[in-house]
Design a protein around this ligand. Structure first.
Ligand SMILES: [Zn+2]
Length: 119
């Protein structure tokens, strides 16, 4: 586990906890539904960071080090993709939170289509 990432997670957890406490003080008459919404909004922010950090930590493999049958192929031509290095890929997480992953990107040597393999 990356130390900077772990620190970021701790800070964010603290923010969630203290933010919720402050929110409660500012909304002493909140209904259960409002409390649920406030908590869920904060948790989904933390969740997005956990997902992003964990996914990043497991994405360091290079295709070329994989056995050929596990390397990604063009869906149309079924040729092995050429590695084009890492590109940032933005995904929609749960609750609409944007998650940025660095993923290997490849292009097909025949049709030139570029894609991120699943994962
Ligand atoms: Zn192709």
């Amino acid at each position: 586990m990356d130390e900077a990432m772990e620190k970021r997670w701790r800070e964010l957890s603290e923010e969630v906890l203290s933010g919720m406490k402050e929110w409660r003080l500012a909304h002493p008459k909140a209904t259960l539904r409002e409390i649920e919404e406030a908590a869920s909004e904060r948790m989904s922010r933390l969740e997005a960071q956990l997902v992003q950090g964990t996914a990043l930590a497991s994405s360091q493999r290079k295709w070329s080090q994989l056995p050929e049958e596990e390397q990604p192929r063009c869906r149309v031509c079924e040729l092995l993709l050429r590695e084009r290095g890492e590109h940032a890929r933005k995904l929609q997480g749960k609750g609409g939170k944007e998650i940025t992953l660095k993923r290997q990107y490849g292009t097909c040597p025949l049709c030139g289509v570029g894609l991120f393999p699943p994962g």
